[in-house]
Every structure is written in C-alpha cells, then in structure tokens.
Ligand binder design. Structure first.
Ligand code: ATP
Ligand code: MG
Length: 425
C-alpha cells in the first residue's frame, strides 16, 4: 500500500462532525457584526513580506520567528498572512476606502504562524477581525469592545470571559516612558532572562508581558506608563471606561497588557478565559492611529480586534455548549419495494422545492428496511419518510418520528408540505 500523506503539523482538518458548531459560531458572528453596521472585506491569504514587517514590527514574536515566508518563482518574498489588520489597511489604502471616510469593516479567514502546536495554538488558525477607520473619539473604542461582548452573550459564554483593559498612551508618551523603563531594567539586567535582556533595548514594553514569573516579580516596582499620560490620553481612556460602565460591560485594568504587535496606541484590550489553560486570550485588539500612514496612506485613525475562532470553539466544547447544535439532516427517506425508488426520488425533490429550509437526505443504493432505518438513525435525521408498496399504491407516505414520540402517521403525498413542518416547529 502506498504511504499515507498527512496534513502539515498544526494545520487541522475540520471534520463534518465539527462543522455544525463552526457554522453556528460563524453565523452568530455575521449577525453580530451586521447589527453594528460592519461590512465584510475579503483579502488574499498571501501578501508581500514587507507589509507585515513594516506593520507588526521587526522585533515581535510574529516577525522574528512565526511567519511562513517564502520566495515565489519570481524571487519575490511573500508571506502567508499571520493576521488580518495589515492586509485590511493595505487593501483600504490601495482602493481608497479610508482617507476622510468612516469605515467599519470585518473579515474572517485562516491565519498562519509557525508556533509550537498545542491546545488552542495552531499553525493554521482562524480569526474574525473587525476594523473601524476614520474615528478618533473613544466611543468607537467602546463600540468595538461592546460588539465582542454582545457576541459572548449570544454564545452564552459571557460569564467565562474577562475583559482586561489598558492604554498604551501616545507615541510621545510611550517614548518618554520607554527610556525610564530601560533605565529601570538596566539596573536589574542580571536578573532578567535572555528574552527580556534582548527586548529591553529593542522593544522594552514587551518585557512587561513576559511570561517569566521572576521577571514579573522584578516588574512590581517598575515605573508605570500611566504616570506619563498627558491630559488627552487620560481623558480618552477615562471616556472609554465611562462608555463601558454605561453599557454595563465589566472590565479590569491590566497595565501589563502591551499586545504583541507594534502598531497599537491608546486603548488596548484582551478578553481572557481561564477555561483554556495558558492559551487563554480569545480576542484581542485596540487602537492603531499611526498604522494607515505607516503603510503609505494618509493619516487615518483605526481601532479593531481579532478573535481566535479555534479557542472560542474549544470554550464551547469545554463548557458543553456545543450539544444543541443541529446536524446536517432533518428528513431521511426509506424506500422498500418495486417502484418506490422513483416515488421517493420525486417526493424528496418536492420537499426540497416546497420546504427548502429543511434538510432532506434521500436514501440511495436500495437495501432492506432494517438497513435503511439504520442509515436514517445514523444521519441524525429527526424523521424518516417511509414509502413501501402499500404507500405507493395509495399515493401516501408514512412519517416516523425518529427522535420524539409523535405517533407514526400515513399521509397523502400532497399534504406532506403541510404536515412535515409540524415536526420542526
Ligand atoms: P498569544 O499570546 O496567545 O500568542 P497573540 O497575542 O499572538 O496571542 P493576536 O496576534 O493578538 O494573538 O491574535 C488575536 C487572537 O488570535 C488571539 O487572542 C488568539 O485567540 C488567536 N490566536 C493567535 N495565535 C493563534 C494560534 N497560533 N492558534 C490559535 N489561535 C491563535
Ligand atoms: Mg502569539
């Protein structure tokens, strides 16, 4: 036998048993983003490598070690997108969608990062992102957060996620602070790990979100970015909180949230759960007022988030909230006896014509009654439509409730359209 070819490590198939819960999540997301007036944008999966280096930043985990970068046949350096914001801004600039306009955009699709695969961390994973452009006021920061909060409610997981909020200030404020932080860290350099030592000079804020507990202990006495906020930054941050308070969205301020990408300023946030172990962030985002200009467009403020769909699906599974998700079949036909195959074929088409919202699976391949009823059960169908020789003669169909206790009944084919929906009310 030829050797089986396997999927790439960290890149998963989503099997038919799993797709219903994905579809449910995707449809709730669509509904939620539409209810805030966001329009969908679709970008390519491959972009020029420069795009990510320039936006995400050279000294970030993503650019330093996680990107799938390759040369194409022309010798151009291309990268499988590790996230969507950069592509969205690139597309917005390219098509003149951003300057002097307000745009609320959303997208979904696979992202690629060469990380060590583990629960909740994959090399191909899926994000939904939203990006709001052209609005500098704090109401939009809050709206972006409210949209995500509404989704948690719709999914029934609002009790299991916590909103952590921070402000990164302006570039100027951050630069003053960075110098102070470097001073503080340099004095304690011998106590830092290698990663933090390196970052101390290249990207000192990233030391703040080190996962090393020894480093975290040192940081207890570190200067705080919030002490360097000017009036505007402080007012903006206070207003974001006022909007969240008004909407009844709870949050905690976490000054250690700096985000792994360089383009953020002012508001940043993460939704964190304790039900997924160390892969606890299910959604993260913030404001990025400099990014559009940094990527060659005219200065345009932006704010958005990205959520990891695998982690949300894992949460739904862990909390056993995926149980009520319906399968792919509502009705399964069973045909026993001469000529019933043609009658069944026609009945199935009639149902698809008249009741297109029901999922009708027609039995193919003949076989005895027992075999067909087994198939019907296995399909997950709620009812079986049985056509035997007596039904054929009378122009009727027998309806058998496979999951409930409605008494079996035989009805005229013509009245199927009326009777069937009562099983799915
Ligand atoms: P982490 O700290 O977990 O590595 P991150 O800060 O790199 O996350 P972002 O770049 O902010 O993540 O991406 C937004 C969201 O996308 C994350 O909160 C997470 O839900 C999801 N995500 C990121 N990387 C992965 C991955 N490798 N596998 C699955 N989901 C991911
Ligand atoms: Mg990461």
């Amino acid at each position: 036998m030829a050797k089986k070819i396997q999927a790439i490590r960290g890149m998963n198939d989503t099997l038919p048993e799993q797709t219903p819960v994905w579809q449910k999540l995707e449809s709730l997301i669509r509904q939620t983003v539409s209810s805030y007036g966001y329009s969908e944008i679709r970008m390519p999966i491959v972009e020029s490598t420069h795009l990510f280096k320039r936006s995400i930043g050279e000294v970030t985990d993503i650019v330093e070690k996680e990107m799938y970068t390759f040369e194409d046949r022309n010798g151009d350096s291309l990268t499988l997108r590790p996230e969507g914001t950069a592509s969205c801004v690139r597309a917005g600039n390219e098509h003149g969608l951003l300057y002097n306009q307000e745009r609320r955009l959303w997208y979904t699709g696979p992202m690629f990062r060469h990380e060590r695969p583990q629960k909740g961390r994959y090399r191909q994973f899926h994000q939904v992102g939203i990006e709001a452009f052209g609005i500098a006021t704090p109401d939009i920061d809050a709206e972006v957060i409210l949209l995500s909060a509404r989704l948690w409610k719709a999914l029934g997981i609002e009790q299991h996620v916590e909103l952590q909020l921070n402000s990164l200030g302006s570039n100027e404020e951050r630069n003053v602070y960075k110098a102070k932080l470097i001073e503080f860290l340099q004095v304690r350099e011998d106590k830092l790990d290698e990663d933090s030592k390196r970052r101390m000079l290249t990207n000192p804020l990233r030391v703040l979100d080190s996962k090393n507990e020894a480093v975290q202990a040192i940081l207890e006495d570190a200067p705080k970015l919030s002490d360097y906020f000017g009036d505007e930054t402080a007012a903006h941050f206070a207003k974001v909180q006022a909007y969240l308070d008004a909407a009844g969205v709870k949050y905690v301020i976490n000054e250690r949230i700096v985000r792994g990408l360089d383009y953020y300023n002012r508001t940043v946030f993460e939704w964190v759960t304790s039900s997924l172990g160390s892969q606890g962030t299910v959604c993260a985002g913030g404001r990025y007022d400099g990014l559009v200009e940094q990527l060659g467009g005219k200065a345009t403020p932006g704010v958005g988030f990205a959520m990891g769909l695998e982690r949300i699906i894992l949460m739904l599974e862990t909390l056993e909230l995926n149980d009520d998700v319906k399968g792919d079949v509502d009705i399964y036909s069973i045909l026993v006896g001469e000529g019933t195959d043609i009658a069944g074929f026609k009945a199935a088409e009639l149902i698809r014509d008249q009741l297109p919202h029901l999922k009708m699976m027609h039995h193919c391949g003949a076989g005895n009654f027992k075999k067909q009823i087994k198939r019907a059960d296995k399909s997950g169908a709620k009812v079986a439509l049985i056509i035997g020789e007596s039904e054929l003669e009378g122009g009727c169909v027998t309806i058998k409730d496979l999951q409930g206790n409605v008494e079996q009944q035989t009805v005229a084919i013509d009245s199927l359209v009326k009777v069937l929906p009562t099983y799915f009310a």
